[in-house]
Unconditional design. Sequence first.
Length: 541
Amino acid sequence: MSEIREKIIVVDDIATNLSIAKSALSDKYDVFTAPSGEKLLLLLSKLTPDLILLDIEMPEMDGYDVIKALKSSEKTMHIPVIFLTGKINPEHEIKGLNLGAVDYITKPFSRELLLKRIDLHVLFERQKQELLKHNLTLEGEVEKKTKTVMELQSAILKAIAELVECRDNVTGDHIGRTQYSLSLLISLMINSGVYLDKLSALDIPLLIMSSQLHDVGKISIKDSILMKRGKLEPDEFEEMKKHTIYGADIIRKIESKTTDNDFLHYAEICAGTHHERWDGLGYPNGLKGEEIPLQGRLMAIVDVYDALVSDRPYKSAFGHMEAIDIIRDSLGTQFDPIIGQVFVDNHIEFMDIDTDSIDPEKLYNIPPITTDSDADNKIAGKPEHILNMQQSLEVLYDAMLEHKILKDEIVNWNKELFLKAALLHDVHDYADSEYVSGFEGEDLQRLLKHAEMLNGSNHEKWDGTGYPLGLAGKDIPTEGRLMAIVDVYDALTTDRPHRKRKTHYEAIMLIKNGSGTHFDPDLAELFLSHEEDIERVTTGS
């Protein structure tokens, strides 16, 4: 059986560019060419490509007019479009991205760079299609499919990282070394009991995976600056510093075209904050101390260490101990002193890292995090937001009985079992959890059934656009419809690594606006009518 090849259409009014692109891509893809926007639209009546490379400056119908026509048609609106252009400025780039382009490639382009960029976007589209095909109804397939998605995400990040290194060929395997060092530093912090509460709030495997994109903004830096031998001039250094802004912007644009990709949030934070300084003298935003997200503070140390011990066009590599002394002297000024001390105390672990000998699976073998219970936390080791959601669910359960909403269904529930099941949110192995101890037989089965519904369907949406199954309306289990509301409210009113918490009023308005689309309208109305009780749960007042 022959391999299925993606179809790519190249649109350009210059025959030489069509020839170069076809020659560069034909070994891997089925390439079709069109000399004008009108010819493209005619060709699209006969075939549907996986990707379109579209010249901007063409007579009669330019690239902007063409993409408007593509995005206005249901048949072609989802086809990714990459603009080809001989000149670019930020205004033109923003215009194209606002119209729906996924990327820009400047002409004249090298065959290698063109192929890598196309490979990246084709891989991204493959992931989207794979995600659409995933069916998580078979419980035994969940772990396998989740692993596949993670592998696809990792492959995309690796492809982008390799694209960066293709341009900045002096970095060697900087990205691989910093990724491994980040994993190692986090493990050492956990073993040392450092920042456990903050680390427990992060999805550490996603953070490690997304760290590969911390230098992605270098794609937008001119070769004359990026590859300059010798010290940069002040204006050149100011431009180089912008790679943090460019990187965060690139990732943010990808985020805008996807849903619920937490690894992109982490990637954006790593790219945008890894040059901030503890004393506030860093860039791009001059954040200070714990204003800098934990991801950025971690990345800052491993990034600087690797830069110090590596040859660069403007310097020779420092020795390991020279680099450690520099970092030690910068604790409390450039670096978080607590994280930095862990790094310095265990410096030998970071010496002479050979990425070729690293087992990729071991990158994510992070020790489990255990924290002491909070004085106000009645359940040892459970994050506060789990307790907030449990108590919010209790408010809604009592209100449903009082107002006779779905009473025929929930009257058959055992309230104790339902609320106990809420504690299993984010627990991966229900059977081994301490929260099911003391339950057996029919009670245990009912508790686990509630937990399955609470955790498995709380991301479904009333209008059918949620996941994992795209259930709509009352096809969504009642537990999931309830959990969707309290989970979103608590997430909105809680600080997250990538944003500050919203006020109670702001969260209430967002839930109100989501009634009938995101949320069951009857349950949303019930929630809003008891908002003061919910707020008291959150504030503890």
